[in-house]
Design a protein. Structure first.
Length: 373
């Protein structure tokens, strides 16, 4: 009996030891799995952060965006003016807007020779507005700027000078003068050169013409990418617009002023403007221009606030004047129901949002009555 008990005790003790061993072994196995999982998670975040850090280290200081449609004659000159710059920490984003000439082949040849060049192809010919949008989304530079493919950058050290003016990224926008191609006329005006401006002054200065700033073009600016990304996201609903090639830069420019917190005008010519805007002359007074003009005023609603009532009052009157003095526009408004509806909506939205009692809306209301009859 005693021997049996002892045997049983031994059995139970051995059984306990085996169970304990299995428990320990199971725990060790569990611990090993945990360690492996933790290692993999740590490794993932380490690799991910390393990639991000390398990306940030290699991030170019400036991305120069060229929206291109059938500009084979001018590409060597415009791209050459970029490559001539002493400032090399750049990215060149070449947006091919469905060119049908030799433009794309020229771009491919350049991109083979210089790794800083990136070709972005639109799915079809969409116009300047969409090309700017696509270029912004495909850029990675700290700052962005536009160069029209038939224009060029002046000098060889201007990009370096321009970036230095950002004071290590403290300025959101740098505005610079430009020459016409004959170099006889500097079309830029500003009475507050080399002085940082802050909000809400940026909004007031850019939109009211105070201090002699009246800025409605986009290619005379160096803008932080974050600002342009915000503008692009704001304008996303307009990306369905086909062939927006006129008046579109005004919208990009005004919205960038709205979102910027700091801005500075420099008194150094950076840009040479070639008066080769054949499509503008060709489409002046056409249905396309009228459609693009309405696109601009519809987008203006995104900028509207109580500080800009006078600006929008003036722009509404300018729209009315453009239509009233152009026989083709006036006829189109009276005969095209969709165009007429868009104009009435633009004007009605302004009137409904206008809080000022000092603005004389008599002419605006008269125009509404005229196009409605």
């Amino acid at each position: 009996m005693n021997k049996t008990l002892i045997k049983n005790k031994k059995f139970h003790r051995n059984d306990f030891v085996k169970k304990k061993y299995k428990y320990i072994e199971g725990n060790n196995l569990y611990s090993i799995k945990t360690i492996i999982i933790l290692f993999l998670i740590t490794y993932y975040f380490f690799i991910n952060n390393t990639i991000k850090n390398n990306f940030l280290i290699k991030r170019p200081k400036i991305s120069i965006i060229l929206p291109i449609y059938n500009k084979e004659k001018y590409l060597d000159r415009s791209i050459g003016s970029i490559l001539y710059q002493t400032f090399k920490d750049i990215e060149i984003v070449l947006v091919n807007d469905g060119s049908t000439d030799n433009s794309l082949n020229i771009l491919k040849n350049y991109s083979k020779k210089d790794s800083r060049m990136k070709i972005v192809n639109n799915d079809k010919n969409r116009g300047l507005f969409y090309s700017r949008y696509n270029g912004i989304l495909n850029s990675v530079g700290e700052y962005l700027m536009f160069l029209e493919p038939d224009d060029l950058l002046d000098g060889s050290e201007n990009l370096e000078y321009l970036y230095n003016e950002t004071i290590n990224g403290k300025e959101d926008i740098i505005i610079y003068p430009h020459y016409n191609v004959n170099r006889k006329q500097n079309r830029f005006r500003c009475d507050i050169f080399n002085k940082t401006i802050y909000q809400p002054e940026i909004f007031k200065l850019a939109f009211t013409g105070h201090n002699n700033i009246r800025d409605e073009i986009i290619w005379n600016k160096l803008v932080k990418r974050e600002i342009f990304i915000k503008v692009a996201k704001t304008l996303e609903k307009f990306m369905i617009k086909e062939r927006w090639i006129l008046h579109e830069d005004t919208v990009w420019s005004l919205l960038s002023h709205k979102y910027a917190q700091t801005m500075k005008c420099i008194n150094k010519v950076i840009y040479i403007y070639e008066k080769n805007r054949g499509f503008i002359t060709k489409n002046a007074g056409t249905f396309l221009e009228l459609d693009n003009l309405l696109n601009k005023h519809e987008a203006f609603e995104l900028i509207f606030n109580k500080d800009s009532e006078i600006l929008f009052f003036n722009t509404i009157n300018s729209l009315i004047s453009s239509i009233s003095t152009n026989p083709y526009y006036l006829k189109t408004v009276k005969t095209n129901e969709e165009i007429r509806f868009r104009i009435k909506k633009i004007i009605s939205n302004f009137i409904n949002r206008c809080e000022s009692k000092q603005l004389n809306l008599k002419n605006i209301n008269l125009f509404l009555s005229e196009i409605s009859s």
